[in-house]
Design a protein around this ligand. Structure first.
Ligand code: AVJ
Length: 333
């Protein structure tokens, strides 16, 4: 028994070490570049998760509300686009668990119309999954929830065995954090794990004027700034760095022509920062920028380009009342 505990603890320690080592390696790789970068995936620690929840509730951050509008008010259109017989069983798979607020609207309607399905939320975080499962079991006991912990593609590959019709949800413009090349290969890989006729519901933010987009990434309360600068805090806490947060600031940019929003951290003075875990010091010139995130906005042309080499066609495009956001329904061929 004790041996068993010991090996479990050792396994946990081992996994934690791997995580911190990849964080260190990714930081080193990014900061060694002429144009310094840091990966946005490291925003999401406990503090970052909480800040992102705050962001979703900001008046300037229209994305979540817009997609919720679709799920609440255009539910029937979404379901119709799935093109599934209410009498034949299908699998509803969601990439990322989230708080389920949008998905709940869909689940509620599917349930009330007596559709036969299981809901499979996939997430890397067991904690997020168990919170969602409890909440759903409580709110809609009729809906069968089968949480799947792990990597999206590993889980999809295992679900592929069932050969049942599938609808995959990838919401929230999460794809916008990828470069277009990364997005293409992501969609291709999704297609490889699905069968002919299966659906992908891809939620994306649409290209729109700077006056609307920029404030969403530069809110007046400074929550997005804290979210971005949390990366420096993480490096201080986890990599023994000495970033002084008083001398760095959040700097968002948006190009209305290309639809690319970028977030940077800008050094406000000439300074040197030591990162003990890397064993190096980095110099930052006054006004030098570290690129931390892309939040791409889309239109039909861009979506068609991204799915060009994947086996999908666009079947429907369902937008919110302001046409800020679109849920594209893609069909695997
Ligand atoms: C969760 C990737 C959709 O890019 O809009 C919010 C993350 N970053 N504010 C986005 C985010 C800054 C968000 N996504």
């Amino acid at each position: 028994m004790i041996e068993l505990y010991k090996s479990k603890i050792e396994k946990d320690i081992n996994e934690a070490e791997i995580l911190i080592n990849t964080f260190r390696d990714d930081v080193e790789k990014g900061l060694d570049k002429i144009e310094k970068t840091l990966p946005s995936k490291y925003f999401y620690n406990k503090k970052g998760d909480a800040l992102f929840v705050e962001i979703m509730n900001l008046p300037e951050y229209y994305l979540t509300r817009s997609e919720f509008d679709i799920f609440k008010n255009k539910t029937e259109q979404l379901i119709e686009a799935f093109n599934i017989d209410s009498n034949s069983y299908f699998e509803l798979i969601e990439l990322g668990a989230g708080d389920g607020l949008k998905t709940k609207e869909l689940l509620k309607t599917l349930d009330s119309k007596n559709y036969k399905f299981n809901y499979f939320p996939i997430d890397i975080s067991l904690n997020a999954l168990s919170l969602l499962e409890k909440d759903l079991n409580n709110d809609m006991p009729n809906v069968s929830v089968k949480t799947q912990q792990g990597d999206y593609f590993e889980v999809l590959n295992s679900l592929k065995q069932s050969k049942k019709p599938k609808v995959v949800l990838f919401l929230g413009s999460n794809i916008g954090n990828m470069t277009d090349e990364q997005a293409s290969s992501f969609i291709s890989k999704l297609g490889n794990n699905l069968q002919k006729g299966d659906k992908l519901l891809l939620g994306v933010d649409l290209i729109k004027p700077e006056a609307i987009v920029l404030p969403a990434y530069n809110d007046s309360k400074g929550v997005t700034a804290s979210f971005n600068l949390n990366l420096l805090d993480r490096m201080n806490n986890e990599l023994g760095a000495n970033f002084n947060l008083n001398y760095f600031k959040h700097h968002p940019e948006y190009n209305e022509k290309t639809g690319v929003a970028k977030s940077f951290i800008k050094s406000t003075i000439n300074q040197t920062v030591e990162i003990k875990a890397i064993g190096k010091s980095y110099s930052f010139a006054k006004d030098e920028k570290i690129h931390t995130e892309i939040s791409r906005k889309y239109n039909d042309t861009l979506i068609n380009q991204i799915i060009l080499n994947a086996n999908f066609v666009i079947n429907n495009k369902i937008m919110d009342s302001k046409a800020y956001f679109a849920d594209y329904i893609l069909t695997r061929y």
